[in-house]
Each structure stands twice: as C-alpha cells, then as structure tokens.
Design a protein around this ligand. Structure first.
Ligand code: KG4
Ligand code: ZN
Length: 337
C-alpha cells in the first residue's frame, strides 16, 4: 500500500511516498522538501501571503519529485493525503486542493490529515516497535503539548503551554538577540559554546501540574540582557535553552510516570534540539522509560509523517469526502472532514 502525502501548512512545501508492508511497517520511499525560509527571512517570521504563493509555485514540482524519487506513478498509489490543518489558511488550501485534484483525476482515495496528529506519527514511522500507551512531547513553533497516546487516534492532552509555544520562545529570544530566523536551530548551535549555568533563568510552573509557560522566561532573558549588555550571546543562549529543556524533560517524565507509559516519544521542530534530545534520553532512561527520538528530518515539518498518519486514518475511517475543507485552527483530536 502506497500513499502520497503533501504538506503545506506553513513555510515548507513537502511531498513524500510512504509504503506499508503486510505487517504494517512503513517505509519512506521518498521525502522531498523545499523550505521557503529564505523568502521570509527579511521579515523575521513567516509572511502568510508569501507562503501561500510560494506553495503554489512549487507544489506540483515537489509531487513530481517525490513520485520520481520513489519510482512510483500516480496510478500505483492507494491514497493521496494532505495536511488539512492547523496552519495558515492560504498555505493549507494549496496542499489540500492539489491532493483533491489528483485524487479526483486518478480516482484515488483522498485523506485530509491533522498536521498535529501527523507529528505524533513521525516517531512511530521511525520506530515501529513502540508500544502504547506512549507519552508524546509535541514541541513546535505553534504548539507545546504533552500527550498521552493510548492507540491510533486515541489522545489525551495531559499538559500544554499556557502562553508561548517552545519554538515561539526560541524564535522570539533569537529575534531579540538579532540572531536571525528561525531562532531554534541558531540558538541550539551557539548554545554549544556557552555556559548553561551562566544565568539561572526561571523554570516557570515547575512544580504545578503538567502545563508549561515560556512567556516569563522570554521576558527574563530580555530584562537580563538589558541590565547586562556585555553578557555573551552564547551564555544567554545556553542558559535560556537549559531552562526550556529542564522544564520540558521534567514535565514529560512526570506525565509518563502518571499514565504508566511504555515509552516517551518526541515530535515537532523543537525536538530536533540537541540539548532536549540528549537530556530527555538521559533523564527518561534513568526514570526507566524508553525514549524514542525521530530523526531530525522527521521532527520538523515533512510529508512522510502526513502519509504515515493517512495510512491509519484510511484504515480506521476510509476515504474522505472531497468536500473536506482546510482548517487553520484544528485541534489535536479534530479529524478534518
Ligand atoms: O514543527 P515545525 O517545523 O513547524 C511547526 O511549527 O509546525 O517547528 C518549527 C519550530 C521553530 O520555532 C524553530 O525555531 C524550532 O521549531 N526549531 C528548533 C530547532 N529546530 C527547529 N528549536 C530548537 N532547537 C532546534 N534545533
Ligand atoms: Zn509542524
């Protein structure tokens, strides 16, 4: 069974073909991605209108590349999926419309996919031996959630950010330090040369439940730099990162203990972060949990995770109607229709 996945929720255009063998293991036959970051960099963030137009320019090229790289023809596909939300409405519409058009012309099942659910499948696609229940830490530019995954499509959000997403905090701190966009990878890189204990930034809500908060941390960083203008960016980056990672690890492990998880899985762009990966592995293992880290390419937005989630959706719900829309504010447990 082969599914073409298309991803255009934000600033990457991506297409991928994923094949399932009879025992349900997924194989990524191709995973093409084209980032628009260069087109948004001058503005310090994603400009929705530019994103939508850039997706229109390259969506068909990416689909062709994904099919060619997989050695698969459209007629050989068993389904065509696109992320239907959450995301930027203009961007989402490009991928959803492309997938629907191909599905109509080639008479293939169409599957509209929840992008957040797809992030959970990135880890499972990389490691099919993972067993439920799992606790997934989903940390991206728009979301920060600690999720209990009891089975396919069966989720409970145990904790979430009450203000900024983790990636948003990285991006805002990087913008304040004029390091560039997106801030996460840059802070990750320069933090390696800094001292993570140079500044003891606050770990907000550390002992209250499973929710997290990053807005106060961002303000503390800004205030500290204002008062100490000679402090090095590397020390600030390392100390800021240490606070983010400390909170994320502590809360995720606490959640895993509470629900008796069989493993901890990371997902979303921030899970590409080296400190988060290292510490979650160390602290999770020490607490007796298996910790699954998807490859960095599977952490950030990609289309293989869309195709992987689509296989499970197709199995449980069958093909979707072509009247399925694009939904900018889709929640994790919402199934696009
Ligand atoms: O999942 P993603 O690619 O897009 C969505 O938001 O859905 O996540 C992008 C976010 C950005 O905020 C970016 O700064 C952050 O992930 N990010 C990182 C790293 N790589 C990407 N944050 C920290 N360390 C990284 N290495
Ligand atoms: Zn994402």
């Amino acid at each position: 069974m082969r599914i073409l996945g298309i991803e255009t929720t934000c600033d990457e255009t991506a297409a991928s073909v994923v094949e399932r063998d009879h025992d349900g293991h997924g194989h990524i036959l191709s995973n093409e991605i084209l980032s628009q970051i260069a087109q948004h960099q001058a503005y310090g963030g994603v400009v929705p209108e530019i994103a939508a137009r850039a997706h229109v320019d390259v969506a068909d090229i990416l689909v062709k590349r994904a099919l060619d790289a997989a050695g698969v023809k459209l007629r050989d596909l068993d389904g065509i999926a696109a992320a239907a939300g959450p995301g930027l409405i203009g961007a989402l519409l490009v991928g959803v419309s492309a997938a629907k058009a191909l599905s109509l012309v080639w008479d293939k099942p169409f599957i509209g996919i929840n992008h957040l659910e797809a992030h959970l499948y990135a880890g499972l696609l990389d490691d099919p031996t993972l067993q439920f229940p799992l606790v997934v830490l989903l940390v991206s530019g728009g979301h920060t959630m600690i999720i209990e995954m009891r089975g396919h499509g069966d989720y409970t959000i145990l904790g979430r950010t009450i203000d900024d997403a983790a990636g948003e905090a990285y991006d805002k701190v990087a913008r304040y330090l004029t390091l560039g966009y997106p801030g996460g990878p840059i802070i990750d890189q320069i933090a390696a040369d800094g001292n993570p204990t140079a500044v003891d930034f606050p770990r907000a809500m550390m002992h209250d439940g499973l929710d997290v908060s990053f807005s106060g941390l961002k303000t503390s960083v800004i205030n500290y730099v204002r008062k100490n203008p000679t402090v090095s960016n590397t020390d600030i980056a390392a100390s800021f990162q240490a606070a983010v990672v400390d909170v994320l690890c502590a809360k995720t492990i606490k959640a895993a203990q509470q629900v008796g998880a069989k493993g901890i899985v990371l997902g979303g762009g921030v899970s590409a972060n080296s400190a988060l990966r290292a510490q979650m592995t160390e602290r999770g293992n020490a607490a007796g949990f298996r910790v699954a880290l998807p490859s960095r390419a599977m952490c950030t937005d990609n289309a293989a995770m869309i195709a992987a989630a689509a296989w499970h959706r197709l199995k449980s719900d069958g093909p979707m109607d072509l009247s399925c829309g694009a939904y900018p504010n889709l929640k994790l447990s919402d199934v696009p229709r």
